[in-house]
Design a protein around this ligand. Structure first.
Ligand SMILES: Nc1ncnc2c1ncn2[C@@H]1O[C@H](COP(=O)(O)OP(=O)(O)OP(=O)(O)O)[C@@H](O)[C@H]1O
Length: 492
């Protein structure tokens, strides 16, 4: 195979890994290197290096890398970015294959945008002559092109990711959910997936984080013939809740003067949104669970149950696990719901969303109140960035902006003057400022430590603007520990 064919074969691969294995194979087959006993490729990343391909002269995979490849040399090249050659005495490595005792070795770095992304390692027996200048030149060219390709492919993948992200952000913005913090983008992806299926969903998040908006998004993105109907479970008298949800027949209780369909029936082929699910009485939780399991409702006073095709979306700001422990929520219902949970992050965990949200609310209340504000003054923006919105999240921010717009004397710009949180909020949040929500004395030691760990991880990711490698380094954690912690705490 000539050099042109090698390049052609490599350059026509669609992704870096197939390109790399093709390059490895092509290298070995190239007339120039046909005497190569070992051809290997190491990918280099922030956490170290991984061997992606290694084979001997007969195309057998080399498994025992340490005993057959001078990995120290590979590492030196990955750090220096300079090609190195060496004549190696394989006995030094305690070789395990039937390789020659002495080898000529060349290790070539693969550079993309000035950093080393890989190292090619080629070795042949000293029975043959050492690598010629021409061979080295060909290798250098080859690695340069591979580096460029890897970089291009990465750029393409990043652009695609940014495009997908922007598309889902725009989609959510169109339906009224603002936010471009990574945690929101992650949530948008989950909403889009869950909108496609009829499964029951639980939306969990602090008060005012936008849970109702999320329920609306599930409805708007799904295709439903029926309506979206909401019920705040805490707002209905417990003894009326059953009839409200399941309906009743005429005469089934005093005041039931005619048959009345319940919300399950009225929301048929649509979504019934049960807000504040934590407030639902225990006996109703049993009935709800039964309905979720078999899709049947039993109107009060009816002889027979009836089937309904209604999707249930629930929301709560409460910690249902604690409620189960306290005997206030049924564990079986929690288990049924917890599989498909959308977590809405609190505003303090996505501070980069504060100012875009503030602008959004200025526009919203300009329209609603017939005003014409152009935006916020710098001190006003700075002031918003110092607030933690611990008591009401986005709703609190929205009301803060609305209040300032109503009272502001300047018709064009909102100043800092009316941007303060309400007194009662300020006292409470001042007390709690800086303390993670769970570190308020409730929960076991382990629970509180876990809450604290989650906050440390989120903070580090936020500070590094979503760059996980940076976050990992700032916390002084190894890659494995960092990612297993992210997994454990459900942080994406
Ligand atoms: N991401 C967001 N983008 C735009 N507006 C938002 C966002 N999140 C919340 N809001 C606004 O904040 C207010 C509160 O939102 P919503 O009622 O959905 O919160 P919630 O979590 O359901 O509150 P609660 O727990 O009190 O029921 C609404 O006016 C909503 O439009």
């Amino acid at each position: 195979m000539d050099q042109f064919e090698v390049f052609h074969r490599i350059l026509t691969q669609s992704n870096p890994s197939s390109m790399v294995s093709m390059a490895t194979q092509a290298c070995r087959e190239t007339a120039n290197f046909c005497q190569a006993e070992v051809v290997a490729y190491y990918a280099v990343h922030a956490g170290g290096m991984d061997c992606l391909a290694a084979c001997d002269a007969f195309d057998n995979e080399i498994v025992d890398l340490q005993r057959n490849i001078n990995e120290n040399l590979v590492q030196q090249v990955s750090l220096s970015g300079n090609l190195q050659t060496q004549t190696l005495n394989l006995n030094e490595l305690d070789r395990s294959l039937s390789l020659s005792k002495r080898q000529h070795v060349v290790a070539v770095p693969i550079l993309s945008t000035a950093s080393v992304t890989g190292v090619f390692y080629i070795a042949r027996s000293t029975d043959h002559m050492n690598f010629t200048e021409n061979e080295i030149r060909v290798l250098k060219h080859l690695c340069k092109d591979i580096g460029r390709l890897i970089q291009n492919t990465r750029n393409m993948q990043e652009t695609q990711f940014e495009l997908d992200t922007t598309r889902s952000e725009l989609e959510m913005n169109r339906i009224g959910i603002m936010g471009d913090h990574p945690s929101m983008v992650h949530m948008f992806e989950i909403i889009k997936k869950l909108a496609r299926v009829p499964s029951t969903v639980l939306i969990h998040g602090e008060s005012g984080t936008g849970k109702e908006l999320v329920a609306g998004a599930l409805y708007k993105l799904g295709s439903y013939d029926g309506p979206l109907i909401s019920l705040n479970c805490g707002s209905v008298e417990p003894n009326l809740l059953k009839s409200e949800l399941f309906g009743h027949t005429k005469g089934s209780f005093t005041g039931a003067v005619k048959d009345r369909p319940g919300l399950f029936k009225r929301a048929e082929n649509g979504i019934l949104f049960l807000d504040e699910l934590g407030e639902m009485p225990l006996d109703m939780q049993v009935t709800l669970l039964r309905t979720l399991e078999c899709g049947e409702i039993h109107p009060v006073g009816a002889d027979e149950p009836m089937q309904v095709q209604t999707r249930i979306v629930c929301a709560t700001h409460r910690d249902l696990r604690t409620m189960v422990k306290d005997g206030k929520f049924r564990n079986d219902l929690r288990q049924r719901l917890k599989g498909l949970t959308i977590r809405v992050p609190p505003l303090r965990d996505r501070r980069s969303d504060i100012l875009p949200l503030a602008d959004y609310f200025v526009t919203k209340y300009n329209q609603r109140l017939g005003l014409n504000f152009k935006g916020l003054r710098k001190e006003a923006k700075d002031q918003l960035m110092t607030m933690d919105f611990r008591n009401g999240n986005v709703r609190e921010l929205e009301h803060t902006i609305e209040r300032a717009m109503v009272f502001e004397d300047d018709p064009d710009f909102i100043s800092v003057k009316y941007l303060e949180q309400g007194d009662e909020d300020r006292d409470e949040s001042a007390q709690e400022a800086g303390l993670p929500p769970k570190i308020k004395g409730d929960g076991t030691f382990e629970e509180q430590m876990s809450a604290y760990a989650s906050i440390l991880l989120k903070d580090a990711i936020e500070k590094s603007k979503g760059n996980k490698t940076k976050a990992m380094k700032s916390l002084g954690l190894s890659r494995t520990t960092f990612y297993s912690l992210l997994n454990r705490h459900g942080i994406n």
